[in-house]
Ligand binder design. Structure first.
Ligand SMILES: Cc1ncc(COP(=O)(O)O)c(C=O)c1O
Length: 489
């Protein structure tokens, strides 16, 4: 088999072309048993391969034929020992990584701004997070990655940690010095788990940051659906054996995965891998050229900045993915949120995300010069529309202290809780997640002791107009804390 083959997709097509009489689920039976309007809208082809794990179609939980072949080809393409397909998004792959190395009471070193799936896995398995502060970019008001020095310090203090988790690259395309982080962690025999949600393509072009597998990491949860051309929800988990066991990874992934895995999603992973492996370099080359053209033009727009390779140079900004277009609108006197809304209403443009200072647009092989020109024109027009609005004073992005962890997040999650007026919660143990976005770093996670300083930080952020997210009471009058059981008098 070569990278031009698509064993799973081809096998599914062959199976459906043979028109077997189906007495198995899914009950829509190639769409004939479903709502006709929906069937006509989504089309017969996809419905004909929306099948289930009958013997000829293999089983994601114990792959032996079509799925195994497709996963093996993916492993070759990504330079992994094993690749596992995930139909539970990168979130499922991330939870698998964490739960493959950690059990109750085990330590895991993680950046404070991890995706919520990491914290979910920590709650599920009862691990203890050891947090590292990511570097915050004061200009852009966003957080970057963690540095080799901070990983080294964390491992000196916690050499018994069961894993180091790294987000690489970040949502905004900034990469850490992953090779050095891997080298340091491996000198302690600690595996490196990479959240590669925003980096499936980087493995396929040498002008992009090194991928997790190229850097020698032990596992990487990689969103093929985000930037690699597969369907939403489909991801992969790449594994290098040695410090982690592929068998354990398969067991955990299976525990977290539906038994009714979607074959259209799995097949889309098979074809996305083929395209990345066989045409990825040329496609990404074109994408980088298009993104650079957009960036060059946007840099000329008055009061707009669009950072490029010049962002590289600190210990946390080791490399940069130029296909991420970070458009900073703060000099215009508006927020990124405002710009996002304006672009939607005025130009029918939907951006990837916005925050206080920026909007983020992603450029992929799905874009052409036509979309590029629409974006450039829209940003020029945004600049003209808002340049005289100087009413907005951009608030300062600050960093909260990391409070002491009194209970594991799992213990906190399963404890009895009560809702208290926020100013009466100092010294109590928090039962909720609270964060400010940007920079997306939690102020409290479940299990941490509430400090006066961090409550002040919350009030300052609210006053500055920054969105404080997470608590059950969105108005932040009340906070959920762990109930105290006092002695009966
Ligand atoms: C950094 C990061 N990690 C993980 C994920 C989870 O990926 P998925 O949506 O595929 O579950 C996301 C989603 O946006 C993310 O931004």
């Amino acid at each position: 088999m070569t990278q031009h083959d698509t064993p799973l997709f081809t096998g599914l097509k062959k199976h459906s072309a043979a028109k077997p009489v189906q007495f198995h689920i899914p009950g829509h039976k190639k769409g004939t048993g479903m709502d006709p309007e929906f069937r006509e809208f989504i089309g017969e082809n996809i419905l004909s391969i929306d099948l289930i794990n009958i013997a000829p179609l293999d089983d994601l939980h114990q792959p032996r034929s079509l799925i195994k072949d497709a996963q093996d080809l993916a492993a070759k393409a990504f330079g992994a020992d094993y690749t596992f397909f995930s139909v539970q998004g990168t979130s499922g792959a991330i939870m698998t990584m964490v739960m493959s190395v950690c059990g109750p009471g085990d330590k895991i070193i993680v950046p404070r701004n991890v995706h919520k799936s990491v914290m979910s896995a920590i709650v599920f398995c009862g691990a203890i997070p050891i947090f590292i502060h990511p570097e915050v970019d004061k200009e852009l008001g966003i957080s970057h990655g963690i540095t080799p020095d901070s990983v080294s310090s964390a491992l000196q203090l916690h050499p018994d940690a069961k894993g180091v988790l790294v987000i690489n690259p970040t949502y905004f395309g900034v990469a850490a010095d992953l090779k050095s982080i891997v080298k340091i962690s491996h000198s302690y025999d600690v595996p490196v788990l990479v959240d590669e949600a925003h980096g499936v393509h980087i493995h396929f072009h040498d002008r992009l940051p090194v991928s997790a597998m190229q850097a020698g990491a032990d596992m990487a949860a990689t969103s093929v659906h985000k930037l690699g051309g597969s369907m939403t929800q489909s991801s992969i988990l790449n594994v290098r054996e040695g410090l982690v066991s592929a068998k354990r990874v398969q067991t955990i992934l299976s525990m977290l995965t539906t038994t009714s895995t979607s074959y259209p999603l799995l097949a889309s992973l098979d074809v996305a891998r083929k395209r990345l492996a066989t045409e990825g370099k040329q496609l990404i080359e074109k994408t980088i050229t298009l993104a650079e053209k957009i960036r060059t033009e946007l840099k000329e727009v008055e009061l707009i900045s669009c950072v490029g390779a010049e962002i590289v140079g600190t210990k946390a900004t080791f490399d940069f993915d130029p296909t991420k277009i970070i458009i900073s609108v703060k000099e215009l006197g508006i927020t990124g949120y405002h710009a996002e809304k304006w672009l939607r209403e005025t130009y029918n443009i939907e951006v990837e995300l916005s925050d206080l200072y920026n909007i983020l647009c992603i450029i992929t092989p799905g874009d052409t010069i036509k979309e590029a020109n629409i974006l450039i024109e829209a940003i020029q027009s945004l600049s003209k529309t808002f340049r005289h609005d100087d009413s907005f004073v951009s608030p300062h992005v600050m960093l909260p202290d990391i409070p002491l962890l009194a209970l594991s997040p799992r213990e906190a999650f399963y404890s009895e809780t009560e809702l208290l007026p926020i100013d009466q919660t100092v010294g109590r143990i928090c039962a909720e997640f609270i964060m400010v976005y940007p920079p997306g770093i939690p102020i409290f996670i479940p299990g941490e002791i509430i400090t006066k300083d961090n409550l002040t930080y919350i009030h300052e952020n609210i006053e500055a107009g920054l969105p404080v997210q997470g608590p059950e009471d969105e108005s932040l009058q009340y906070l959920r804390v762990i109930k105290e059981h006092r002695a009966i008098q």
